[in-house]
Design a protein around this ligand. Sequence first.
Ligand SMILES: Nc1ncnc2c1ncn2[C@@H]1O[C@H](COP(=O)(O)OP(=O)(O)OP(=O)(O)O)[C@@H](O)[C@H]1O
Length: 263
Amino acid sequence: MQETVISIQSAEKTFPNGVQGLAPITLDIFPKERISLIGPSGCGKSTLLKLIANLHQPSEGSLSWWNKDFSEVGKENHRLSFVFQEPTLMPWSTVRKNVRLPLDLEGIAPAVSEPRVQEALKVVGLEHAAERFPAQLSGGMKMRVSIARALVTRPNLLLMDEPFGALDELTRNRLDEDMANLCGKDDLTLLFVTHSLYEAAFLSTRVMVMAAHPGRIFAEYEIDPAIPRDEAFRLSDTFAMICQDLSKLLIEASHSSLVAKVA
Ligand SMILES: Nc1ncnc2c1ncn2[C@@H]1O[C@H](COP(=O)(O)OP(=O)(O)OP(=O)(O)O)[C@@H](O)[C@H]1O
């Protein structure tokens, strides 16, 4: 049996107020995949991400993490990190201390944690800003700190909920390129929510297009993982074609959401 990072078996979510956030979903996520979730507002993207982060429990069905239950998460080679939409940094702490926080919480000694903080800051290109405070950083830099803080635990699965939504397009493009490089180098599986189909097209190896009422996976679209994700790709006919395909699927998904709502 091939190891899955996440296996979702007919998991659905109905909230206590009776709202069905997600209809039953079955999905396997394999090592090194970069999967994006796109779809109209309310289609359950965040709910699905939270089920995977074990922040929500499914009302029916089940999930497994590395073919085991959630107790496996956190062990060697089975680490999970979450990057939220807001960087949520501690304003009174330097960049270095913000990034070190998860290791401090684990009680890891500075002699061990400091080189790892340094490594994470290097990955996101912020070594020079280690002693600055969040108020002295741009929006893009704050998000880089948030990513470094997620990377410092050396995750194997990184969950990101619309992480670059508040950034200008050029900064976002640069961070997308950095994320693609990072995932290419390391044993990292990425699952992220985005409202930008361009971002999904650029970064993903598989795009899940979701529809609403109820939240569900409407279509899946694969993108060759061998394509280098760089400026040349962004300007290529292949990229334009992928964006067009995704655009059509999104339109179909939102029509399907409206029909379902009216019916
Ligand atoms: N805690 C909750 N209690 C009740 N309903 C909820 C809760 N969280 C989400 N929902 C509902 O579940 C559905 C899916 O919400 P979710 O936030 O997952 O959608 P989304 O696709 O991430 O939306 P957006 O793109 O607007 O962020 C929506 O109808 C939402 O109102």
